[in-house]
Design a protein around this ligand. Structure first.
Ligand code: GUN
Length: 301
């Protein structure tokens, strides 16, 4: 039977580290702050920003939540970002993706001060990841996946990793992170996607398969090598008449069929999801320290 990688437990370890760092900053009179902005009333986005804000408060950070109406203009959103950039009490700024269609998301991301871009989406931070510069911000989901692998003792050094999906939020930064030099990196990375020829043959070559393609139950048992590690980044809501709500969350991996073949696998929910918020908190603390010229970590190494 495969090992189940418990994202909630590993996220709690990250939160415990955050609490230590927040206490050390508090002793210096510093309260880190995160601003989360959501435009429109997409229910999933509202749930995500709500849980980010709650987690900040629970850890002892300041949180500033902006729920803007769907008709908010590009100019209004850019004006808010400019205000948050200038606000000394704000260390991190996150604009929930995806915004409504009339918003130019790339322009909004470019408007965020890179030193407060705790999502790691600004072109400067993308470049810093590619150039392996440690003071940049790495997107939270790929950073969480790397942390899960490290916490589970899964060696990436020399491993064949296949990343399924090429998004700017997960696929591309995940590939850059795992191919970078050093601990948690040094992997041989292949990025596969919906247009990859003979996809199953490619995914079967993986020691570690990271599914981030956004399609429910896309990865089937024939696509996974015996003994592989499978990380499921997908969060898909599908109809389920047997559930009380009529829907249920599933990943990109057909868990029931794939799990018995794996050395280790992440569940959905309770796998990668909790790690994303944990790394957001960790990135916000990094921003708070770097903006004040402090060492990256107050407590550890
Ligand atoms: N939407 C889905 N994931 C993310 C994320 O990590 N950051 C932001 N800003 N939006 C998202």
């Amino acid at each position: 039977m495969s090992e189940l990688i418990d994202g909630k437990k590993i996220a709690e370890e990250v939160f415990a580290e955050c609490r230590e760092d927040i206490a050390a900053l508090a002793a210096q009179g510093i309260t880190p702050g995160l601003a989360v902005v959501v435009v429109g009333s997409d229910p999933a986005s509202l749930v995500y920003v709500g849980s980010k804000a709650r987690r900040c408060q629970e850890l002892g950070m300041a949180s500033f939540k902006y729920e803007l109406p769907v008709e908010t203009s590009q100019a209004e959103l850019l004006a808010l970002v400019a205000r948050l950039n200038a606000d000394e009490t704000v260390d991190g700024i996150l604009v929930q993706s995806p915004p409504p269609a009339h918003i130019d998301e790339a322009a909004v991301v470019r408007a965020i001060d890179p030193a407060k871009d705790v999502d790691g989406f600004h072109p400067l931070n993308v470049a810093k990841l590619a150039m392996e510069e440690p003071d940049g911000f790495v997107p939270c989901t790929p950073l969480g996946v790397q942390r899960m692998l490290l916490a589970s003792g899964i060696e990436t050094d020399g491993a064949q990793v296949v990343v399924l999906g090429r998004s700017m939020i997960v696929g591309k930064p995940q590939a850059l992170l795992l191919m970078a030099k050093g601990r948690g990196g040094n992997a041989t990375v292949t990025v596969a996607h919906s247009r990859t020829r003979d996809l199953a043959a490619v995914t079967r070559s993986a020691d570690i398969l990271i599914a981030a393609i956004g399609r429910p139950n896309f990865v089937t048992a024939d696509m996974v090598r015996d003994g592989a590690v499978v990380i499921d980044v997908g969060i898909n809501r599908i109809a389920d008449p047997s559930a009380r709500s009529g829907t249920r969350l599933v990943g990109d991996v057909d868990f029931v069929a794939v799990a018995p073949k794996c050395r280790a696998i992440t569940p959905v929910p309770g796998g990668v999801g909790p790690m994303t918020i944990a790394m957001l908190m960790s990135n916000t603390l990094k921003a708070a320290r770097q903006r004040r010229g402090l060492r990256p970590w107050s407590v550890r190494g």
